[in-house]
Each structure stands twice: as structure tokens, then as C-alpha cells.
Design a binder for this molecule. Structure first.
Ligand code: PLP
Length: 384
């Protein structure tokens, strides 16, 4: 089965009870257990008891994402951040986590505030150089958190090299696969142990739901994540699970079109005199292009670029008509964002400077509008 077929045929294409071609939204908090008690003293507990510990709609999404990511178990959370926090919740005070330098701002924040207070230690490494991971490993290191392409500078991490180093040191490798989705990149096939998503982005795809997903390589890691999911309770509701299931069906056509458009826009930006730098792994001169081509089947639909001055960046953000200056990415509409004020606002200025996240940097998530209209919109906003 090819991937496009898997998106449609993944074991949830017809409901057993009614034949409905869509997974029903089972909007309930609890399940009647009469049968259990009629079955005598040692009758088994039913599969669904209480909707925090399990819900059929959520289960359909969890099985679908596990299948698409080539994993053993899937779990759905109330947000991408809830997914990351719940995975980090499987570790203990005193454990040490190594995170890629430019991980998602929210992941950085949770590690450096909440989990820090609870005694989980963390440090960062330059994920464009896997050898620096080896040097960052301490006796108490338990895991490495990776993300490729990185946010917002689209740097590429060699997943195979990093997961190999992690494996040799007995570390759990965790990959945030939000930007690529399993259509373009499947980290578990490249040696990762846990893959996670903000399904708010490309998987949901329509900017209408906040959701997070986790897939584990094996059952044992799955049990650890499940204990946090049901214990901590940041679960995804059935209606939101259904929206993500619906979004997943069109992932391939959306990604293909958005990526094609992103490639054209990246080239156009590169040729624009108002733009000083363009970051997109599909560009020939991108330093991570070869690695990305080896581990992913595309460059995705997110790019970023720098203007000459912060004033020009602000003028661009205020000057576009079609693109929405907003948080988030991965929707059918083009979204432009200003990392210093948005996703990376909580990162100290000094840290941002070190990473090159400047006040001239703009991130673009290319949507499904006609490319020519987007280019005309950008052209107008850049030359205004
Ligand atoms: C948006 C995002 C998250 C956080 O997801 P939410 O659904 O907003 O909680 C995590 N990682 C990446 C790469 C993201 O883009």
C-alpha cells in the first residue's frame, strides 16, 4: 500500500456497527458496564470504562497515527504542547534531557520553566552537528529531543546519526515531526523511539483544532506514555479527534500542493532585493538539503526569510492581504509569523540572538492559495 492509500484505508474506513464511512463522534464521558457485572465475579473490565482513559473516536485517531508513523502505539492529547509535556512526564527528577538548540518555543519553555522546577534537567546542542550530541551526554542523560526541519530557521538534523548516537548511549530519542508529517518523514523508521506532533498544524490542516499526538516504537514506551495520558489527563476530546481524522484524509494532496508552492515562493524570495536570506530545505544552497533528501521525501511547506531592517519586516507583516499574520502553521491559508514577538517571544533575547532568530526574520507557512496570487501579495507588501 502506498502512503496516499494508507491515509484513506487504515482500518477505520467503515464503522462496524452502522457502516458509516466516517468514524462516529462518540460524545460521552462514561460507558455502561452492566454486562461486566452480569458476567459474574471475574468478568473482565470492558475496553471502554471512562472517556479519559479511552474513547472510541480518540482510539481511531490513535490507531491511525500509529499506523502512519510505523509505530506500535498512538496517543492523542489536548494540544501539541500537552503531547510534549506528557512525554517529558515519563521522566523523573534528576534525569537529564538533551534538546536540539532551536526546538519549538513552547518545548523550550516547558523544559526551562515547569520541568526545571520539578527537577528535570536539560541542556541543548547544535543539532546540525551530531557529534556535539555525543559530547552533551552525561551519566544522568535519559533522552534527546529533536526536531527537523527546525523552527523557525529550517535547519536540518541528521536523524539517523543522532538516533544512532542516542541508541549507543541508551537514550530515548524523541522527534517532533510536526513540520514534515509522516507523509514526508517517518522518524521511527530512522531509529527514533518516540515521535510527536502538534496535530493543530498539517495533520489537522484547516486551522480549526488544537491537538497533539504521540507514537511510540514499542509497547513498553507506549505503556509509559499511556500512564501519563490517563494519569495527567490532557486527553483529546472526541469531536477534536474526529476533526484531525478528517484532516488526515487530505494530507497528501494538501502537502503536495503547499510544498510545490513553497518551493516557488522560496525561489522568488531569493531573487527579491528586499530579502537578505531565505531558509528553505528545498533550495539548492541550503546546507541541510542532501540530508533532508535522504531522510524525507520533501522539503515541506514552511520557509523563513530575513528583510534588511526590522521596520521592513513589520511593514511586510502589516502589508499583506491574503496571508494572515498569525501564530500557527500548516493550514490551508497562508500564515506568516514574526518569531521574535510570537513563537519565540518567551526565549531570552540573548538566546535568540545566538540562534539567529532576529527581528528581521519572518516565517511563512504556505497555504493552498494560487501561488501567483501569493507572490503578487508578497511583492506588494515587500515593495510598499
Ligand atoms: C505548534 C507546535 C507545537 C505545539 O503544538 P500546540 O498544538 O500549539 O500545542 C509543537 N511543536 C511544533 C514544531 C509546533 O509547530
Amino acid at each position: 500500500m502506498h502512503f496516499g492509500t494508507k491515509l484513506i484505508h487504515n482500518g477505520h474506513e467503515a464503522d462496524g456497527a452502522t457502516g458509516s464511512v466516517n468514524v462516529p463522534i462518540v460524545q460521552t464521558s462514561t460507558f455502561d458496564q452492566k454486562e461486566r457485572f452480569r458476567g459474574g465475579a471475574d468478568a473482565k473490565a470492558p475496553e471502554f470504562e471512562y472517556a479519559r482513559s479511552g474513547n472510541p473516536t480518540r482510539k481511531a485517531l490513535e490507531e491511525t497515527i500509529a499506523f502512519l508513523e510505523s509505530g506500535a502505539k498512538g496517543y492523542a492529547f489536548a494540544s501539541g504542547v500537552a503531547a510534549i509535556s506528557s512525554v517529558l512526564g515519563t521522566f523523573s527528577a534528576g534525569d537529564h534531557i538533551i534538546a536540539a538548540q532551536d526546538i519549538y518555543g513552547g518545548s523550550w519553555r516547558i523544559l526551562n520553566t515547569f520541568y526545571k522546577r520539578w527537577g528535570l534537567k536539560s541542556s541543548s546542542f547544535d543539532a546540525t552537528d551530531p557529534q556535539t550530541l555525543r559530547k552533551a551526554i552525561k551519566p544522568e542523560t535519559k533522552a534527546v529531543l529533536l526536531e527537523t526541519p527546525s523552527n523557525p530557521l529550517l535547519k536540518i538534523t541528521d536523524l539517523l546519526s543522532c538516533t544512532k548516537i542516542a541508541q549507543e548511549a541508551g537514550l530515548v530519542s524523541i522527534v517532533d515531526n510536526t513540520f514534515m508529517t509522516p507523509y514526508l518523514q517517518r522518524p521511527l523508521e530512522l531509529g527514533a523511539d518516540i515521535v510527536l506532533h502538534s496535530a493543530t498544524k498539517f495533520l489537522g490542516g484547516h486551522s480549526d483544532v488544537i491537538a497533539g499526538l504521540v507514537v511510540t516504537k514499542n509497547e513498553a514506551l507506549g505503556r509509559a506514555v499511556y500512564a501519563v495520558q490517563t494519569g495527567f489527563g490532557a486527553v483529546l476530546g472526541p469531536h477534536d479527534a474526529w476533526l484531525v481524522l478528517r484532516g488526515i484524509k487530505t494530507l497528501k494532496v494538501r502537502m503536495d500542493a503547499q510544498e510545490q508552492s513553497a518551493q516557488k515562493i522560496a525561489l522568488w524570495l531569493q531573487a527579491n532585493p528586499a530579502v537578505t536570506e531565505v531558509f528553505y530545505p528545498g533550495l539548492t544552497d541550503h546546507p541541510g538539503r542532501t540530508i533532508n533528501e535522504a531522510q524525507a521525501s520533501g522539503a515541506g511547506a514552511v520557509l523563513s526569510f530575513k528583510t534588511k531592517t526590522p521596520q521592513e519586516a513589520l511593514k511586510f507583516l502589516g502589508g499583506v492581504d491574503y496571508a494572515a499574520p498569525a501564530e500557527s502553521l500548516g493550514g490551508v491559508e497562508t500564515i506568516i509569523s514574526y518569531p521574535v514577538r510570537m513563537s519565540h517571544a518567551s526565549m531570552p533575547e540573548q538566546e535568540r540572538q545566538r540562534l539567529g532568530i532576529t527581528d528581521t526574520l519572518i516565517r511563512v507557512s504556505v497555504g493552498l492559495e494560487d501561488t501567483d496570487d501569493l507572490i503578487a501579495d508578497f511583492d506588494k507588501a515587500l515593495s510598499r
